[in-house]
Design a protein around this ligand. Structure first.
Ligand code: ADP
Ligand code: ADP
Length: 228
């Protein structure tokens, strides 16, 4: 469960990116975060994976208050959260397999378990046959699949995605969405910032619209609601 209470975020340069957000997202929900450029979507998303800290207010994720989380506890917290980025952020010198296995190796999981689990998630994203390739040898869609596999390898309860289809062509974007649907169908909460109106209007889910750092709309099975 994710809960934000009276959350404000003012950056050191004086810009208030989030100004008073209260919201609750239950386990298993799929939520789109939409809004114009500069609305505060990324800041909202970044606070959920503790990349940014709120200036005031509380953010509670799976019982952990992120505003109070000590720096050294951040890696532990992030293990229970998958994050997917627009630009994939794969490690360029590691193979597909190694990129996905990495998260399990740092927690010193059993080698046998690592192998089984990595192959399981690579199968889910349809990349079992490319485990030895490097990210540069893959298409954008394939790189995003690897990044999704990496995000779920630890079996997190929540996956956060910041414009995961932003760099992909329409057809590839639909394929990536199918994977997020599958992840959500297995009970994982998905919170996704997106500009993809087609997708939001077709695969209906809760829509939280942010403008000027505030939630201006929050609808179950909502629409994208912007022209671009
Ligand atoms: P969105 O993702 O909706 O485009 P952002 O959260 O990126 O919105 O930005 C919201 C506001 O905060 C914008 O005015 C942006 O310029 C500002 N902002 C974002 N990140 C920073 C930062 N690191 N330092 C200062 N201002 C920032
Ligand atoms: P399953 O028994 O369905 O393989 P796990 O027990 O391995 O699920 O993992 C539990 C949680 O981990 C799921 O709710 C989901 O968050 C995530 N997860 C695990 N495996 C997958 C998968 N193959 N696809 C999507 N999400 C998964």
């Amino acid at each position: 469960m994710i809960e934000l209470q009276e959350v404000y975020k003012k950056y050191p340069n004086g810009v208030t990116a989030i100004s008073g957000i209260d919201v609750r997202i239950n386990q298993g929900e799929f939520v789109y975060v939409v809004g114009p450029s500069g609305a505060g979507k990324s800041t909202f998303i970044k606070m959920m994976y503790r990349e940014e800290v709120p200036s005031t207010g509380t953010i509670t994720i799976n019982g952990v208050n992120l505003a109070k989380l000590k720096m050294k506890k951040v890696p532990l917290f992030r293990r229970n959260l998958g994050v997917v980025f627009q630009d994939f952020k794969l490690l360029p010198s590691l193979t597909v397999y190694e990129n996905v296995a990495f998260a399990l190796e740092v927690i010193e999981a059993q080698p046998k378990f690592i192998k089984k689990r990595v192959m399981e998630v690579l199968d889910l994203v349809g990349l079992k046959h490319k485990i030895k390739m490097l990210p540069t040898e893959l298409s954008g869609g394939e790189q995003q699949r690897v990044s999704i596999a990496r995000s779920i390898v630890n079996s997190p309860k929540i996956v956060i995605a910041d414009e995961p289809t932003g760099n992909l062509d329409p057809e590839t974007s639909w394929e990536i969405m199918r994977i997020f649907e599958e992840i959500n169908n297995r009970g994982t909460t998905v919170v996704m910032a997106t500009h993809n109106r087609e997708i939001v209007n077709t695969i209906r889910h809760r829509v939280i619209a942010i403008e000027g750092g505030k939630i201006v709309r929050d609808e179950q099975r909502g629409e994208y609601g912007y022209e671009n």
